[in-house]
Structures are given as C-alpha cells and as structure tokens.
Design a protein around this ligand. Sequence first.
Ligand code: SAM
Ligand code: SF4
Length: 432
Amino acid sequence: MEDILAKAEACVGLTAEEAAELLALPEHFDDMLFASAKRVKQKLYGARVVLFAPLYISNMCTNSCLYCSFRQENTLLMRRKLSQAEIAEQAKVLINMGHKRVLLETGEDLAATPLDYVLESIHTIYHVGHSGREIRRVNVNIAATSVENYRELKAAGIGTYQLFQETYHEPTYQLMHPRGPKADYRYHLTAMDRAIEGGIEDFGLGVLLGLYDYRQDTQSLITHAHELKSRWGIGPHTVSVPRLRPAKNTRCPDTYLLNDQQFARVVAVLRLALPLAGIILSTREAPVMRDFLLDVGVSQMSAASSTAPGGYGRESESRQFEGIDHRSLDEVVEGIIRRGYVPSFCTGCYRKERRGNRFMQLVEHGHIKDMCQANALLTLAEYVLQFASPAAKEAANARWEQWLLAIPAGAMRDSARMKLERALAGESDVYV
Ligand code: SAM
Ligand code: SF4
C-alpha cells in the first residue's frame, strides 16, 4: 500500500489494478488514503473549489432507466419541456444568485427535444446576461449521440461534455436500461470516442454509484479513462461521482447501495488514480458529506441545485431525484471559505483556449494551480461585491492577503494582486 500511495503522490496516476488494491483495504487505512488524496488535490489544483448549477431544460424521455423519475413509464410525473423564454428566465435566476457556470441537462427524446432544441437552448443561456452578469460556461450532460451531433455541440461553444456510463457491468446495464436508445450498451460505452472524433476536447466520465459493485465500477471507470487516453491521447477533464438517490415512481433494486465510508473511499481512489481530472460532486450528497469530501479530493461542486425543469425560483414536483443539500449558494460559499478552501466561479481557461491537452499539460506540470488560485480570487471578488451576504463577505474579506500569498512570489502573484484590486473596485470578468 505504501508503494502505491507513494506512486500516487508523485501525481502520475494509478493503474486500475492498483486502484482496486486500495479499494480492497480494510477501513482502518482510510485516514491514510484520504490524507494522500488531499495532498494530491492540493498539489495539482490548490485550494479552489469550482461551483456550478445544473439547468434541466426538459424531463421528457423515451428511456426506461429503472432508477430515474424521468423514465418513460412514470406516468405520474408532470412532463415539461421549457420554452426558450423559460430557459432564459431560469438562467436569469441562476445569474442573480451569482452563478457563472451551468450544466445543461435533459432527458432523451429525439422527437420532443432534438439536438437543434439543445443547441438553441445553449445559445439562449449564453446570451441572457448583461453588464458582466452572465453565464460564461455551459457544460452539457445529454444522451450519447453521433459524431456529427458532437461536432455541432462543439461549434455551439460548450465547455465540458459529460456522460455517465451508469454501470460498466453489461448484464446490470441491460437490466437497468431495458428499453429505449440508451439500452444499447456498446453505443453508450463508445460515446466519448465519437465525442472526441467530433472535436470535443473536454469530456467528463462518471458512474452511478449504487447500481453495481462500487469497487468494480470504479476500476472500470479508471480503465475507460486510461483507454481513451491511450487511444486518443487525452484523458477525462472531469469525473463525476453521482450516488444513487431515491426517486419517485422508480423501481431500482438497492442491492449495491454504498455507505458514506465506501463512497468517500471511491472519491479518494479516483483522485489518486486520475489526478489530472476534476472531481465533481452534486447535491445528491448531504452537507456534512460534501464538506468532508472537500478534504478527500473533490474539486468541483454544484450548489443550490434544482433537478426539475423550471425548478429555480419556484417549487416543482417534477424532479429527477431528491437532492439533500438545500443550502443556498451563499451558504455553500461561506462554508467552503470557513473550511479553508476558495470558492471559484472561474471560466478563464475555457475562454483562454486552455482546453483539452493544453489544459491537462498545465495541470500535469503543476502550473494550473496558481492560475486557478488567481482566477478563484478574481471571480470570488466579483461574487462578494455583487451577491454575498454580510457573513460570506466578512469571511472572504478576512482572507484576500492570505490567499494571494498562497501563490508563489513572482509574475502570477503580482498579476493576481493587481487584478484583484480591479475586481474589488467593481470591474467584472477579470481573469488570468
Ligand atoms: N438523460 C441523459 C442521460 O441519462 O445520460 C443525461 C442527463 S441525466 C438527467 C443525468 C444523470 O442523472 C444520469 O446519467 C444518471 O446517472 C443520474 N441519475 C438519474 N437518476 C438518478 C437517481 N435516482 N439518483 C442519482 N442520480 C441519478
Ligand atoms: Fe432519461 Fe437520462 Fe433519466 Fe435515463 S437517466 S430516464 S435517459 S433522463
């Protein structure tokens, strides 16, 4: 174990077999594992935690995923496809909370919500803001599609394309996805190959933890990441760790549910095995767990989320599943600061063409961390001036200097200091 951890702390990643060995360790090794993962995260990404919100544009779906409320057979769900005006209104609610990054999500219904609808929605979200208050990055989580469609998504200016394999275990996959286009295991599994072929540089993997043995699915996800890297020369930009949640009118067996300790171990092992990837946590997890996982290698989080189309600014029953972190964005921001991290709304890399392999190389050589710290401060300053509560403001204002000093002395720190002054004086959208 010591050899594997030493290798991991050199930030070179782990093989799927090494990761499996860590996952098989008895629980009393967990503290060592978590501490190792924290050091790797700190080394490559520093203290920043990127924040975003999901934006569900439709819950119409022709698939039958056993675990999801949007499944076609759920006749009790109120179906809703948002109009462009409604999407703009939802984006405005998020902008007025202080969000800058959204993850667009939708069910799969080729007739009701074809790719053109998704493309139009992306355009709407990008164009809704004004005077520096806008959504600056739209990531997308939509069903597996063709090379041609991925090309169009890329042309629409998406950030990361995410798709979760749900489970890599084929018999379980077939059981969970009995009908609809998603029932095609091979087509789903090869989606990222088509996405990369279509020009998508930043892609995100994930498994729905709790569908099958978490150790095997984690191992398979790592294998998938390594195979994509060897086939295409590029690994995943992010890895998501959705854990199965209760969802209305679903009928998913609970045989493989994992407990909090096991879940934390998965996060730590992914951080060690795929050190260059951002690890994304959603509001599927409770506040205590989310806070704890910051210390285990999570680098991105959703906040103040709704999983219902049209669910921001009003109550809605048409949720995909039940979230359990009901804190406001401001409460999440303050909590992150008080735990010693820096909340970030940064979209700098994506707009400065630091994508795909260019981004990965910056991470690998330890350069992204200081840029992230600088951009986290600049975007947090903007948030503090425009949206923060007195408590969050006070927490941030007490730490600017300490945060600046975390950037090594030199050109990056000087530039961050100069730009931070501009941001704190009211200039928006300043980044390095
Ligand atoms: N419809 C597309 C698909 O399935 O790939 C993309 C969007 S879907 C809204 C996003 C993800 O939500 C799915 O990939 C699945 O992992 C997750 N999900 C669905 N039901 C869930 C549940 N009950 N608990 C936790 N996550 C769930
Ligand atoms: Fe539809 Fe995606 Fe839900 Fe499956 S997980 S029912 S494809 S929205």
